[in-house]
Design a protein around this ligand. Structure first.
Ligand SMILES: [Zn+2]
Length: 82
């Protein structure tokens, strides 16, 4: 279980490519990074990470967000909305 403090720290400090890179093997493609989406089954990478905007977006299943969203989705962790 991830604590609220941890989430806040992650949100403040996290580089999206490092957070996602812990779970997904990413390859550089232009300014973005590309990998296999961890949220749906695919053989062709459609999971994009944008280090400049610090966000991810999957063009296969439509999931996207920041580092905290990624961890929430990945852990099936519900983060209370403020
Ligand atoms: Zn996907």
């Amino acid at each position: 279980m991830i604590s609220q403090d941890t989430i806040t720290r992650i949100f403040d400090a996290a580089r999206i490519e490092e957070v996602v890179g812990d779970f997904v093997q990413l390859k550089k493609r232009g300014v973005n990074l590309l990998g296999l989406c961890p949220f749906h089954n695919e053989k062709t990478p459609s999971f994009n990470v944008n280090p400049v905007r610090n966000i991810y977006k999957c063009f296969g299943c439509g999931k996207g967000g920041n580092a905290v969203n990624f961890i929430m989705e990945h852990e099936h962790f519900t983060y209370p909305k403020r």
